[in-house]
Design a protein around this ligand. Structure first.
Ligand code: IPM
Ligand code: MG
Length: 389
């Protein structure tokens, strides 16, 4: 064999840096305090970032609906909506930062964030290799739980996915190593507290909402170390919830079972490592009407961020279709935001209005093209419907 000692040395050096970074992170999350109690805050600041592509359109409409719902609180100064500029692909590329420092500093002055989709550079698109703004924000603000509900009442589908949001294949996803021209390696990360905290959140949710069943989804038969640890820790947490049925699945067969009409209505709550959670929630959203209808909450102890589960759809913009973008994903995220900061009555009204507009009355539908309603018209329809509830 050729002498690779220089290449190995250089790869080991990079690995050493990664390990130090992850061990520091472990210490940070082990030392994290309790979750914020929003009821105890004099004022809640909602940061609003439009993002890229169709982001500014769907975010502005969602903000309008939320401002309407919270108008009294805004007047009283209990809630402030604050524009956060600069989270655009142009600025991020110019600064060569996933989240430019000044933008991050502004985000950290907020309590919760409503964020439009942001463009993520990928191999071959000519953009510099900067990390996804979503992934960076989840890590910077330690938003460890990604909650993604999917409901299709007519088919008995009522799923809530708890996707681990800061670890797995994403933890150091933009810091893999090209050892030689022929060999590349990425890394997968599982930590004890990182897993326990997502498992606890999922089981607490299942208990509080009488869900009765939690499914842990991994590929622990092959990815034995990190997925194995994830599975074992989730099962350990499960023991504190004896009234809840826990089952274990591998991601491949779970992907199939979601399409099985006889079985899928039995599932309720899922816990998954980051990458599997990413993939399966797009599949799940498809049953509900597509990713354009699905919202997502990124929850941490200090901060939380609410977004659509889909990307920035730049093609809709180049084809002049941005005004026809579906605001439902962001409006659903808005329901989660309202619930998270304690306005459950407003959250219920918005959810009922959305269900009514999307599944029952369906006076307007959004198709993403001029065959359907504009984003603004649909948001107006939701606002008018809110008056009924
Ligand atoms: C999501 C998205 C992101 C992810 C991308 C844009 C990095 O697909 O929120 O599901 O993979 O987490
Ligand atoms: Mg995704």
């Amino acid at each position: 064999m050729k002498d690779y000692s220089r290449e190995i040395e250089s790869a080991v050096e990079k690995y050493r840096t990664l390990l130090k970074g992850q061990l520091e992170r472990v210490e940070r999350i082990n030392a994290a305090g309790e979750a914020v109690d929003y009821a105890s805050l004099d004022k809640i600041v909602i940061g609003v970032c439009g993002g890229d592509g169709i982001g500014p359109v769907i975010t502005a409409e969602t903000r309008r609906v939320l401002e309407g719902l919270l108008s009294d609180e805004v007047k009283k100064g209990r809630v402030e909506f604050r524009d956060i500029e600069g989270l655009t692909i142009e600025n991020r590329v110019a600064r060569l930062q996933a989240i430019p420092d000044d933008v991050l500093a502004e985000l950290k002055k907020c309590d919760v964030i409503l964020k439009g989709p942001t463009t993520t550079p990928h191999q071959g698109d000519g953009l510099p290799n900067i990390e996804s703004a979503n992934v960076a924000m989840r890590k910077e603000l330690d938003l460890f739980a990604n909650l993604r509900p999917v409901r299709v009442p007519s088919q008995g589908i009522d799923w809530t996915f708890f996707r681990e949001n800061t670890e797995g294949s994403y933890a150091v996803g933009s810091q893999g190593v090209h050892v030689t021209d022929d060999l590349a390696l990425d890394f997968c990360v599982t930590t004890t507290e990182g897993t326990r905290r997502i498992a606890r959140l999922a089981y607490e949710f299942a208990r509080a909402n009488n869900k009765g069943r939690v499914s842990i989804v991994t590929k622990a038969n092959v990815i034995k170390t990190t997925d194995g640890k994830f599975l074992n820790l989730c099962k350990e947490v499960a023991r504190d919830y004896p009234e809840i049925v826990t089952d274990e699945w591998f991601i491949d067969i779970m992907t199939a079972k979601l399409v099985d009409e006889k079985r899928r209505r039995d599932f309720r709550v899922f816990i998954l490592p980051n990458l599997y959670g990413d993939i399966i929630t797009d599949e799940a959203a498809e049953f509900q009407g597509g990713v354009g209808t699905a919202g997502s909450a990124n929850i941490g102890k200090r901060y939380a961020m609410f977004e659509a589960i889909h990307g920035s759809a730049p093609r809709m913009v180049t084809e002049g279709r941005a005004i026809y973008a579906d605001p439902c994903s962001m409006l659903r995220a808005g329901v989660m935001l309202l619930n998270h900061i304690g306005y459950h009555d407003r959250a219920d009204r918005l959810e009922r209005a959305l269900d009514f507009c999307m599944f029952e009355e369906k006076k307007l539908t959004v198709t993403g093209r001029d065959t359907g309603a504009t984003c603004r018209a649909f948001a107006d329809y939701v606002s008018e419907t809110l008056e009924k509830f």
